[in-house]
Design a protein around this ligand. Structure first.
Ligand code: GTP
Ligand code: MG
Length: 141
């Protein structure tokens, strides 16, 4: 079993799509191991996306990610990281494959509904950013 970390971004919460997106995630075979609603500050959003700090869109990204509540989740499935990236689709919804979460629900490259870890190693780091060990106890069956 592998884990990945996702965030339903502030646009997802604002558009009242939390349930619709989780439905897609569960139907695709992912188990929700941990979930919460929280709000990032500019500081914590900046830390989460620190890898992009030199990119031209960093300021916009930090502002967007701290613009309202979001819903981080730890998900579990075989091949979770790669399968989840396939499920959410390309960063730009205009380029995301038909039926992917970003294709169905996202408006723009900046406001693209959902995050997915890009490696198992980063998934573990990102899970620790939001959840304690106790909160991330494995789901049975
Ligand atoms: P995440 O799962 O959120 O990490 O997205 P990603 O892995 O598909 O894309 P990447 O890590 O390259 O970029 C992180 C986030 O920065 C994206 O999801 C977008 O929200 C934002 N972003 C990326 N490129 C642009 C851009 O050109 N303009 C703006 N405004 N935001 C961007
Ligand atoms: Mg990324």
């Amino acid at each position: 079993m592998e884990r990945t970390l996702t965030i339903l971004k502030p646009d997802c919460v604002r558009k009242q799509l939390i349930g619709a997106v989780i439905d897609k995630i569960e139907r695709a075979g992912f188990r929700v191991v941990a979930m919460k609603k929280t709000k990032l500050t500019a500081q914590t959003a900046g830390e989460f996306y620190a890898v992009h700090s030199q990119r031209p869109f960093y300021g916009e990204l930090v502002e967007f990610m701290s613009s309202g509540p979001c819903v981080p989740m730890i998900l579990e499935k075989e091949n979770a990281v790669a399968d989840f990236r396939t499920l959410i689709g390309a960063t730009d919804p205009a380029e995301a494959a038909e039926g992917t979460i970003r294709n169905l629900f996202a408006d723009s490259k900046g406001e693209n509904i959902i995050h997915g870890s890009d490696s198992a190693e980063n998934a573990q780091i990102e899970a620790g950013f939001f959840f304690s060990t106790e909160e991330a106890v494995r789901v049975n069956n």
